[in-house]
Ligand binder design. Sequence first.
Ligand SMILES: Nc1ncnc2c1ncn2[C@@H]1O[C@H](COP(=O)(O)OP(=O)(O)O[C@H]2O[C@H](CO)[C@@H](O)[C@H](O)[C@H]2O)[C@@H](O)[C@H]1O
Length: 630
Amino acid sequence: METLLQSCPIFTAKAPVRLGVDRQLSLSSFAVNKQRSCNVKLRAISRSSQDGSSSIEDIRKDGVLLGADTDESGSVVGFRLIPQSGDIDVSNSHDTITNGKEELIVDDDSVQTTSAEVTYNIVFVTSEAAPYSKTGGLGDVCGSLPIALAERGHRVMVVSPRYLNGGPADKKFAGAVDLDCRIKVSCSGGVQEVAFFHEYRAGVDWVFVDHPSYHRPGNPYGDAYGAFGDNQFRFTLLCHAACEAPLVLPLGGFTYGQNCLFLANDWHAGLVPVLLAAKYRPYGVYKDARSLVVIHNLAHQGVEPASTYSNFGLPPEWYGALGWVFPTWARTHALDTGEAVNILKGALVTADRILTVSEGYSWEITTPEGGNGLNELLTSRKIVVNGITNGIDLTEWNPSCDAHIPSHYSLEDLSGKIECKIALQKELGLPVRPDCPLIGFIGRLDYQKGIDIILSGTPDLLQDDVQFVMLGSGEKQYEDWMRATEATFKDKFRGWVGFNVPISHRITAGCDILLMPSRFEPCGLNQLYAMRYGTVPVVHATGGLGDTVKTFNPFADEGRGEGTGWAFKPLTRESMLDALRVAIETYRKHKSSWRGLMKRGMERDSSWNNAAVQYEQVFKWAFIDPPYVS
Ligand SMILES: Nc1ncnc2c1ncn2[C@@H]1O[C@H](COP(=O)(O)OP(=O)(O)O[C@H]2O[C@H](CO)[C@@H](O)[C@H](O)[C@H]2O)[C@@H](O)[C@H]1O
């Protein structure tokens, strides 16, 4: 056996181990990494064979042995082995846990390395994932981070609803096939049957939970009449289904199994850690799994009346995990006891670790101003809270090959950017004036995004010789204001009411300045897209905006200048206008400074690989500590 294994191809550097024909192992970098992991196990066999002990059982303990491959003579030449989550890739075994105080410091080698040192079976649970569903940044992140993690060797599944609204968007789910696997979920006083659809794309298992409540006109959360009244039910169903998926779905022939890592995104997925603790672990299931809750927006917590607790399908004694009492000032009337259930609170109590999408925001949520009532709970769990700045999808957002923009450009040749500006002015019906500063805004029209500040500052801003375009939908009062402002300032202002991804790309490419006066911003993606497109951001210095946009300093770096935009503070109409005026002045009168701003923004590393390495660090910490048990 020893001689045979040494002579077989698995011990040569270039020849691949024979892993059988399973699809996951042959299609992605996951394959490469798992292949390496298998090599580790096989070395273990050869060692134990030397001292005469049993070999196959050793492997079984560490992974799932599907069978052995033999050559024509019947000799074993390889094993079809699925390693367990948490496998160590010895090809890359230096340690990146750099700080005992658990600060996210990752050495440069790890960032440059394309495969993870330790690989996990990861299950994202999310209410949206682009390109299948997207209403904002959550969709972007859950559409691209899983791919980055899969590329680094992890086995990754994303569980999200199969939304069908009867429109053209339904085509996005056309590639997902019915897995013919039905499960029954007990919640909301009945038993619901859900189905699973699946598409394997870009190295990731995209799993769509199917139920009639996901099939209706509108977006994932509501329609023209407001939020759907049964969202608590719809996302309870998602969480139950997501907890079953790793156990029941034989993706590529085998399940993810119990030893996996759940990433529950925002309140919609918040029941996942609660279910692990209350429904599974007491019965010996998911004993070694871990869960992370990722906060993209603390302002939305999934709060409903306390009487709805019975809808969750949780044991009565777990009420305390989700129970929530509003402070007196927030109650609606004198007899209101303020009792409610809060899904995100339940997640924050039971998750093994808590992540936010920027470092700045991870601190802000522990303060009364940024904690949305959860700051004390978050402070008590501070030791497990980390912030990792989002990356962006560098394929989708790439000015040198973006399919949505009329001309392509790069750092080396910026001429296409002016063409994008001219094309945008034409498309919007604005006067075509390449020299006129063009300012853009893209985002949801709501309180978070500081629309009220834009609204109060716009009449002053438009006194200047500038053009301003806004793309967004949301609160009706702001949509109406955009229409009215366009009617008043025909040559200067355009308000595009709606959600339109191609237009968002054209605005990002065609504008000179992107405005983001967000009241709070957990990370923000538009400023990252803008910098990549040579569009200079002017932002309120909060959360991820403060972390990612550095204010221009013309004197730094021996007069060459430093910074990628302007981050103003406090959030007032005056300070926003001041920052915009400095930006406009720099654009008009200091062309070389402007080119420096564009260049530094375009050079900024916003890759997901960078963020994925930091996620891996947190995964490691999650598995070092024991899982949450009540
Ligand atoms: N009308 C429109 N038409 C087309 N596209 C539009 C659009 N309005 C918004 N978008 C797109 O939606 C995304 C918005 O992402 P953001 O991160 O800026 O904010 P959001 O508040 O949704 O995300 C939350 O989650 C993300 C992800 O973690 C955090 O970055 C953020 O701070 C947090 O509030 C961008 O891709 C943007 O282009």
